[in-house]
Ligand binder design. Sequence first.
Ligand code: SF4
Length: 113
Amino acid sequence: MVPESFDGLEELAGVGHKTASVVMVQAFGVPAFPVDTHIHRLATRWGLSSGKNVVQTEKDLKRLFPEEEWARRHLQIIFFGREHCPARHHDMESCPICSFAASSARKRAERQR
Ligand code: SF4
């Protein structure tokens, strides 16, 4: 039987906080904002988080969006990122989102990668 709590899930072998969050929100409808590498990268590119680490990104996104939107926003960012946002080597200035959302410092840093 699958545990129905963050603690119960995270005690299972191979289950971390992100996976537990996916199960809680998708299977049990409990508000959670799972942060994977796509979401972490995009949240920092878009200036939605300082991008220090995934823990901070999760806190920032939860603060930014109303709880009832977390499940939808999580999926929207993942699907958008998979479809449109390569990890590196693309021009952020020509993109309608990053050209206005990313900081100059971030654009400079991405150009040097
Ligand atoms: S520049 Fe556009 S495609 Fe690239 S990460 Fe930003 S939103 Fe995604």
